[in-house]
Design a binder for this molecule. Structure first.
Ligand SMILES: [Zn+2]
Length: 89
Protein backbone atom coordinates (compact mmCIF):
# COMPACT_ATOMS: atom_id res chain seq x y z
CA UNK A 1 0.00 0.00 0.00
CA UNK A 2 1.25 3.44 -0.93
CA UNK A 3 1.72 5.39 2.29
CA UNK A 4 1.59 8.73 0.50
CA UNK A 5 -2.02 8.14 -0.43
CA UNK A 6 -4.31 8.76 2.48
CA UNK A 7 -7.72 7.23 2.32
CA UNK A 8 -10.75 9.03 3.65
CA UNK A 9 -14.48 8.71 3.38
CA UNK A 10 -17.14 11.07 2.13
CA UNK A 11 -18.89 12.48 5.13
CA UNK A 12 -22.55 13.25 4.82
CA UNK A 13 -23.46 16.68 6.17
CA UNK A 14 -27.05 17.43 6.96
CA UNK A 15 -28.20 21.00 7.22
CA UNK A 16 -31.20 21.37 9.43
CA UNK A 17 -31.73 24.99 8.54
CA UNK A 18 -32.07 26.87 5.28
CA UNK A 19 -33.74 26.32 1.96
CA UNK A 20 -33.75 22.53 2.04
CA UNK A 21 -35.38 22.39 5.43
CA UNK A 22 -37.97 24.99 4.43
CA UNK A 23 -38.88 22.98 1.32
CA UNK A 24 -39.21 19.80 3.35
CA UNK A 25 -41.46 21.61 5.79
CA UNK A 26 -43.62 22.78 2.90
CA UNK A 27 -43.66 19.22 1.55
CA UNK A 28 -45.09 17.93 4.82
CA UNK A 29 -47.73 20.64 4.91
CA UNK A 30 -48.74 20.57 1.23
CA UNK A 31 -51.26 17.68 1.32
CA UNK A 32 -52.94 19.07 4.44
CA UNK A 33 -53.03 22.65 3.18
CA UNK A 34 -54.38 21.68 -0.24
CA UNK A 35 -56.73 19.14 1.33
CA UNK A 36 -58.16 21.81 3.62
CA UNK A 37 -58.79 24.09 0.66
CA UNK A 38 -59.90 21.64 -2.01
CA UNK A 39 -60.90 18.48 -0.13
CA UNK A 40 -59.97 15.09 -1.58
CA UNK A 41 -58.84 16.62 -4.88
CA UNK A 42 -56.43 18.85 -2.96
CA UNK A 43 -54.92 15.83 -1.22
CA UNK A 44 -54.47 14.03 -4.56
CA UNK A 45 -52.68 17.10 -5.96
CA UNK A 46 -50.80 17.68 -2.73
CA UNK A 47 -49.11 14.26 -2.56
CA UNK A 48 -47.06 14.58 -5.81
CA UNK A 49 -46.34 18.21 -4.92
CA UNK A 50 -45.09 17.03 -1.54
CA UNK A 51 -42.86 14.37 -3.10
CA UNK A 52 -41.39 16.91 -5.54
CA UNK A 53 -40.75 19.47 -2.80
CA UNK A 54 -39.23 16.79 -0.56
CA UNK A 55 -36.88 15.59 -3.33
CA UNK A 56 -35.71 19.11 -4.13
CA UNK A 57 -35.39 19.90 -0.42
CA UNK A 58 -33.30 16.78 0.20
CA UNK A 59 -30.81 17.81 -2.46
CA UNK A 60 -30.45 21.21 -0.87
CA UNK A 61 -30.21 19.77 2.64
CA UNK A 62 -27.52 17.21 1.90
CA UNK A 63 -23.92 18.06 1.15
CA UNK A 64 -20.64 16.15 1.38
CA UNK A 65 -17.29 16.86 2.93
CA UNK A 66 -13.91 15.15 3.19
CA UNK A 67 -13.75 12.82 6.20
CA UNK A 68 -10.14 13.81 6.82
CA UNK A 69 -9.90 17.58 6.48
CA UNK A 70 -13.63 18.45 6.47
CA UNK A 71 -13.27 20.37 3.22
CA UNK A 72 -16.67 20.67 1.47
CA UNK A 73 -17.01 18.53 -1.66
CA UNK A 74 -19.10 19.27 -4.73
CA UNK A 75 -20.66 15.81 -4.66
CA UNK A 76 -20.06 12.24 -3.54
CA UNK A 77 -18.60 11.55 -6.99
CA UNK A 78 -15.41 13.40 -6.05
CA UNK A 79 -12.63 10.80 -5.77
CA UNK A 80 -9.70 12.94 -4.65
CA UNK A 81 -10.08 15.63 -2.01
CA UNK A 82 -9.04 18.93 -3.64
CA UNK A 83 -7.84 20.24 -0.28
CA UNK A 84 -5.78 17.46 1.35
CA UNK A 85 -5.45 15.00 -1.56
CA UNK A 86 -6.97 12.06 0.29
CA UNK A 87 -8.43 9.26 -1.84
CA UNK A 88 -12.15 9.30 -1.16
CA UNK A 89 -14.30 6.19 -1.13
ZN1 LIG B 1 -9.54 16.40 2.51
Amino acid sequence: MDERTVAATHERVNHFTGVGCALQGLALLAPFALGAGWGAAGVLVGIPVAIALWTVGSKHALTWRCGRCKNPLASDDVRICPSCGAALH
